[in-house]
Design a protein around this ligand. Structure first.
Ligand code: LR7
Ligand code: MN
Length: 534
């Protein structure tokens, strides 16, 4: 009896305690929410979202080789929770919300097109948006399922707050999928993300601030790296602009001297010739006025340069916003099919962009991409209409004012870009002026800007010349002196030091050296990205 009473008392007390704790925490939450409403760049203004049956959703999709299906390590991705914490990679100045001006009352539609994305990666993309964005800034997350094999990949996520799933009945490619997403969007701003991204803390506010200040701005975040093998989240340089070469391949460009001088701190947004990839925020109205993306672009590629060029040329601008960080899983190949072939599709897309926006300069594109000359790019009438309706400036203006780093290839350079052997690229190692071979990467500035000149018989990396000292076997980069140690020629794909007649050769490790030329030796065959002597 006594015992029963004690049990009863304990039960009563604990119920009371639970009620009190619940009440206080919910009060605290309400107060916290109310407080957050006045803060900018702060924690989410709602409860963290998780998918209740996450494990079921992710499932146990496994491959013998974890990379086969998605070109990233699926096991690593599956092992991570959808709401994992990320290192805050922003500059400390970004932490202070008072750095941002008034935020708009308008909302953003986040648009994620995907085709056969790994469920764990797709879910993490969505959850990161829901958990790291103040709720009243997000209108919706539109998941545009581009005809993935399994309809449930997207459908099962429609139970998440704010998520709308739209499915293409036929494969449209990422460009038309994003257009469809934009047509469906109810938000005043559109934010495009890939389906294997994770947005970081306070990512949206600094983008919104820029687009609110000038509604004709296309604003991109800095894109951090999510390692395709380990899924480790790593910061990247926040001081790189988006650009391209005459092949219309995307490349990173360091800030100009002038830009660095003008910048008072590294957290400040800066103008960029192109968006840093395909992730950006834009006002829905401005996007529509620009004719959205060219709907004639198939499957993959071209659209980010297209939107950048037309934004600049037709009265807008493009910025990179260092306080906004979004992680992306960079990978080496496309894990999906291209119904009309990979290379052809991309080249044709690039040709459409060149034909419409490059004016007379398109001949440099054709010099770099001779195979594009004969291609049928389809009708460009709509794009030309946008151009004349908005009275867009000529490309020459863009070259002079926005992207002076894109030099006209003159007779002096007969080849330039990356200097590659298969999937390996020559890379400078700044401190020692030594060079080495590394996996080619579009985002590695030390692999770009190699140039060979028949005229001076030199191979340059930016201002330095490839040099071989007497008796040494390994070339280094040094100040150009016009000496015989820096004179090179090319015989077919071989790169030859004129004084010794020896050939540049890749070693078994990452080293590069000179050795006797052997006709047809694969280790002595080199290609520049762009050959200008057709
Ligand atoms: O047919 C397709 N349908 C799709 O929906 C093919 C692809 N997709 C989806 C796909 O699931 C993914 O979410 O489209 C998105 C982009 O495709 P990825 O991730 O296979 O390619 P990527 O990472 O190389 O994408 C880069 O280039 C594209 C060119 O069209 C877009 O501009 C992407 O936004 C761009 N990604 C980034 O910029 C991330 C940062 C990289 C940099 C710099
Ligand atoms: Mn991607």
């Amino acid at each position: 009896m006594w015992r029963k009473r004690r049990l009863f008392r304990v039960a009563m007390l604990s119920t009371f305690a639970v009620v009190v704790i619940y009440y206080t925490t919910s009060q605290l939450r309400t107060i916290q929410k109310w407080r957050n409403r006045r803060k900018v760049g702060s924690a989410p203004r709602w409860e963290p979202v998780v998918l209740m049956n996450e494990l079921q959703y992710v499932g146990t999709e496994r491959d013998e080789d974890a990379f086969v299906r998605h070109a990233f390590n699926l096991s690593s991705s599956n092992l991570l929770p959808s709401d994992r914490a990320l290192p805050d990679t922003r500059h400390t100045r970004c932490h202070d919300p008072s750095n941002y001006g008034e935020l708009p009352l308008e909302t953003t539609s986040v648009i994620v097109a995907f085709h056969n994305e790994a469920r764990s990666a797709l879910l993490r993309t969505v959850i990161s948006v829901l958990n790291r964005t103040p709720s009243d800034l997000v209108e919706e997350v539109i998941l545009l399922d581009d005809c993935s094999d399994n309809e449930e990949d997207g459908a099962l996520l429609s139970s998440l707050p704010k998520v709308r799933v739209i499915r293409n009945q036929a494969r449209e490619g990422l460009v038309r999928s994003r257009i469809l997403g934009a047509l469906e969007a109810r938000g005043d701003f559109l934010m495009f993300l890939d389906s294997h991204c994770e947005v970081n803390v306070g990512w949206l506010e600094p983008l919104l601030e820029r687009v609110t200040q000038n509604p004709q701005t296309v604003a991109s975040p800095v894109i951090d790296v999510i390692d395709m093998d380990t899924f480790q989240y790593r910061p990247t340089s926040s001081q790189l602009k988006g650009g391209f070469d005459w092949s219309l391949h995307f490349k990173w460009v360091p800030l100009s001297h002038k830009q660095r001088e003008q910048q008072t701190n590294p957290a400040e947004p800066f103008l960029s010739p192109a968006v840093a990839g395909g992730l950006f925020l834009v006002s829905r109205n401005w996007f529509r006025m620009l004719g959205m993306f060219d709907s004639g672009l198939h499957i993959w590629g071209g659209e980010s340069l297209e939107i950048s060029l037309k934004s600049w040329l037709c009265g807008g601008k493009v910025e990179v916003v260092p306080c906004s960080r979004v992680g992306h899983v960079f990978r080496r190949r496309h894990p999906y099919t291209f119904p009309r072939g990979n290379a052809n599709t991309y080249l044709r897309n690039s040709k459409r962009v060149a034909e419409v926006w490059l004016g007379d300069h398109k001949r440099f594109f054709y010099e770099a991409q001779p195979n594009a000359r004969m291609m049928d790019a389809g009708s460009l009438q709509e794009q030309h209409e946008v151009k004349s309706q908005l009275d867009c400036k000529p490309f020459q203006w863009y070259l002079e004012n926005i992207f002076p780093e894109l030099k006209l290839p003159n007779e002096e350079n007969s080849a330039f870009g990356q200097l590659r052997q298969g999937s390996l690229c020559l890379q400078s190692v700044e401190e020692s002026s030594a060079i080495k071979l590394a996996e080619c990467s579009e985002s590695e500035p030390s692999q770009h800007s190699w140039a060979f000149s028949v005229h001076t018989a030199s191979i340059q990396h930016r201002k330095l010349c490839l040099t071989v000292h007497d008796r040494a076997k390994c070339p280094v980069l040094e100040t150009c002196t016009q000496s015989y140690q820096q004179k090179w020629s090319r015989h077919g794909r071989a790169v030859v030091l004129l004084s010794s007649g020896q050939c540049l050769e890749s070693g078994t490790t990452s080293e590069v050296r000179l050795s006797e030329c052997r006709r047809g030796a694969v280790s002595q065959q080199w290609d520049f990205t762009v050959e200008l002597q057709a």
